[in-house]
Ligand binder design. Structure first.
Ligand code: ATP
Ligand code: MG
Length: 267
């Protein structure tokens, strides 16, 4: 387990597709940091977080290196997924194993050498804060929807894996409640990197990494300058979330809807 341990991750620059040095000296990621990665399709966003996931040592296509607590990570951390302080969830993350949800989580708890079996229900409850249709412990993992799977794996990474650093590659389209995920990650002091095309996620993070041509071209730190637009987008997001829920419930949307209000969590 990573229980009380926190880690600092440092990304050292590699090169663009044309072999030029990237636009930063080092990017340091500490507990509680929120970072978004934006940029056109094919600009290298997924490659960036994959480098962190594999703890690259100038051995990937980008030439980046990753330090853990300021030095090269120990060999066993690179090899043993249980020792890696990082969890990566992608657009396509699915669990193929034909197990029930309870069995899957119990296996992971046992693998983590913990006795806390009540963690299963806490984890399912947390996942159900993120997802629309409720997950039950008796459902089969392979029967969960994409959004349910990701919700469960985020809850699993937080409560069972106690992973200090989460990398989330385009999770916004999974129909999971982003605001609740963010609030929860902040509460548990996780460091999180979102690869995203979603303005809400891009605006709510402390830092925004801009990708071009396979490389980081800039790192923006808005430091509160985007609060006003964030409030507007947050209100719009809430409005769309409500509307989406109504449409999902099969409601007819005939009466005029209340216009987007500035009512998000950061209002
Ligand atoms: N610095 C680099 N040098 C060489 N090739 C790179 C570099 N960065 C990324 N690539 C390659 O470019 C391709 C596209 O990168 P990637 O999949 O990371 O894009 P993306 O920004 O995630 O795109 P999408 O928005 O479509 O998910 C990949 O094959 C990747 O290996
Ligand atoms: Mg990608």
């Amino acid at each position: 387990m990573h229980s009380d341990q926190t880690y600092e991750i440092t990304v050292l620059p590699g090169t663009t597709r044309d072999g030029k040095k990237e636009g930063f000296d080092r990017i340091v990621i500490r507990p509680g940091d929120t970072i978004s990665i934006v940029g056109p399709t094919g600009s290298g966003k997924s490659a960036f977080i994959n480098d962190i996931e594999v703890l690259a040592q100038d051995d990937t296509i980008t030439g980046r290196s990753i330090l853990v607590d300021g030095s090269e990570p120990p060999e066993e951390m690179v090899r043993d997924p249980a020792k890696k302080p990082i969890a990566l969830l992608t657009q396509n993350t699915r669990v193929i194993a034909d197990l029930t949800v309870a069995r899957f989580l119990a296996l992971h708890i046992r693998a983590r050498d913990s006795e806390a079996q009540q963690l299963v229900s806490r984890t399912v409850n947390l996942a159900n804060e993120f997802t629309g249709e409720k997950i039950t412990e008796q459902m089969r993992m392979s029967a969960l929807s994409g959004g349910q799977t990701r919700s469960l794996l985020i809850a699993d990474a937080i409560l069972i894996g106690q992973t200090p650093i989460l990398l989330l590659d385009e999770i916004e389209n999974a129909g999971i409640n982003k605001e609740r995920v963010i609030t929860c990650l902040r509460r548990y002091q996780k460091a999180v990197i979102f690869v995203t095309h979603d303005p809400y996620l891009a605006l709510i993070t402390d830092r925004r990494i801009i990708m071009r041509n396979g490389a980081v071209s800039a790192v923006l730190e808005p430091r509160g300058h985007e609060q006003e637009i964030l409030r507007t987008v947050s209100g719009m997001d809430l409005f769309l979330w409500d509307l989406r829920e109504k449409i999902r419930q099969g409601d007819l949307i005939s009466e005029p809807q209340e216009s987007p209000k500035k009512t998000g969590v950061y209002a």
